[in-house]
Write a protein that binds this ligand. Structure first.
Ligand code: HEC
Ligand code: HEC
Length: 276
């Protein structure tokens, strides 16, 4: 791996372990990777663990969306031996708390999707990558990431508990975690949870982007209970039965008693939507 830095979590305090890491806010913009010309944002495989650690380090003061986007893009720069990437990263501060604190799309996912949008020009492939990431997020017990202790710095707030969001919404994701931990959504533990979750999202996104280099993705596989729902609700041209979503249906809907499929617990087939 080029770039010449050791894998270590970013921290606010300068220490021997982190002093060699880029300080992008003060670092000069490098035109080689800041250009908007064709091919400037060509994806090259990234070290997923580095992207996770970088994301973790960028969370404070900016939030999840900023951290994930910057974590991925900076790691991409490092993969090419560049110590800084010029980009108006602060534009992604808005994504915190599900977009301006509104609790809608999880900002970590929003930042990840923005990075996919930066690197993958083909809409169909982009959509598949994003759907795959979002489906993973809905069903995974998170956070998994744990920062390595940095000598001399205070230990990060411990986060022991994981939860399954069942939804891509910030509100639902935090509520599920708070239910498990009994922690206040405004607590520092919750902040640390989202910080680590952001690192997990960055790692997963990079893994998807890396795999996409060799074999471009053309398929969305839905394994949750939505697969059965979408047998009838996904095909086009049957308004109002047709719906335009891949979100986990059961996070919002129960089916009415006279509905063609009365039980959400009916095991559905795995729905595989192959793109043309
Ligand atoms: C076998 C086909 C089929 C499957 C599978 C199916 N649906 Fe439906 N669904 C329908 C049809 C047809 C209607 C319209 C019914 C009507 O208008 O009377 C409908 C209506 C609905 C409605 C609107 C109900 C209302 O209030 O009028 C919801 C919500 C819904 N489905 C959710 C789901 C969910 C969630 C699943 C998966 C657990 C699912 N459906 C699986 C065929 C299906
Ligand atoms: C984030 C919450 C959410 C998720 C996830 C979600 N829906 Fe909905 N859905 C809604 C809302 C809100 C409406 C509008 C309901 C209304 O106005 O009656 C709706 C409307 C519908 C309708 C039309 C209902 C009607 O009465 O005409 C159908 C059918 C439906 N959804 C099926 C699905 C299916 C199938 C999935 C999963 C693939 C899904 N929904 C996922 C929130 C959600």
């Amino acid at each position: 791996m080029s770039g010449g830095i050791a894998f270590a979590p970013w921290t606010a305090s300068a220490s021997p372990a982190t002093s060699a890491l880029p300080r992008p806010s003060s670092a000069p913009a490098l035109s080689a990777v800041a250009s908007t010309g064709p091919g400037s944002w060509q994806y090259v495989p990234i070290d997923a663990d580095r992207a996770a650690a970088c994301t973790y380090g960028h969370y404070k003061g900016h939030g999840c969306m900023y951290a994930v986007f910057r974590g991925i893009v900076e790691s991409w720069g490092l993969a090419q031996g560049e110590s800084a990437v010029a980009f108006p990263f602060a534009m992604f501060d808005y994504g915190h708390g599900g977009a301006g604190g509104y609790g809608s799309l999880c900002g970590a996912l929003n930042g990840a999707a923005a990075a996919v949008g930066l690197f993958e020009p083909a809409q169909r492939v982009r959509d598949v990558l994003i759907a795959d990431l979002f489906k993973w997020y809905e069903r995974s017990a998170l956070p998994v990431f744990a920062p390595a202790p940095v000598p001399g710095s205070t230990a990060p707030t411990a986060v022991a508990a994981t939860s399954v969001a069942g939804s891509v919404l910030c509100h639902a994701s935090i509520a599920r975690w708070s239910k498990v931990t009994r922690a206040d959504p405004y607590s520092t533990q919750r902040g640390e949870r989202c910080r680590r979750l952001s690192a997990d999202v960055a790692r997963r996104t990079v893994a998807l982007l890396n795999a996409n280099v060799d074999v471009p993705r053309r398929e969305v596989v839905v394994r949750d209970d939505s697969a059965s729902c979408m047998q009838c609700h996904a095909p086009q041209g049957h308004a109002p039965v047709t719906v335009r979503t891949l979100m986990s249906c059961s996070s919002c809907h129960t089916v009415p008693p006279n509905h063609p499929v009365p039980s959400l617990s009916t095991p559905g087939p795995v729905l595989s939507k192959v793109l043309p």
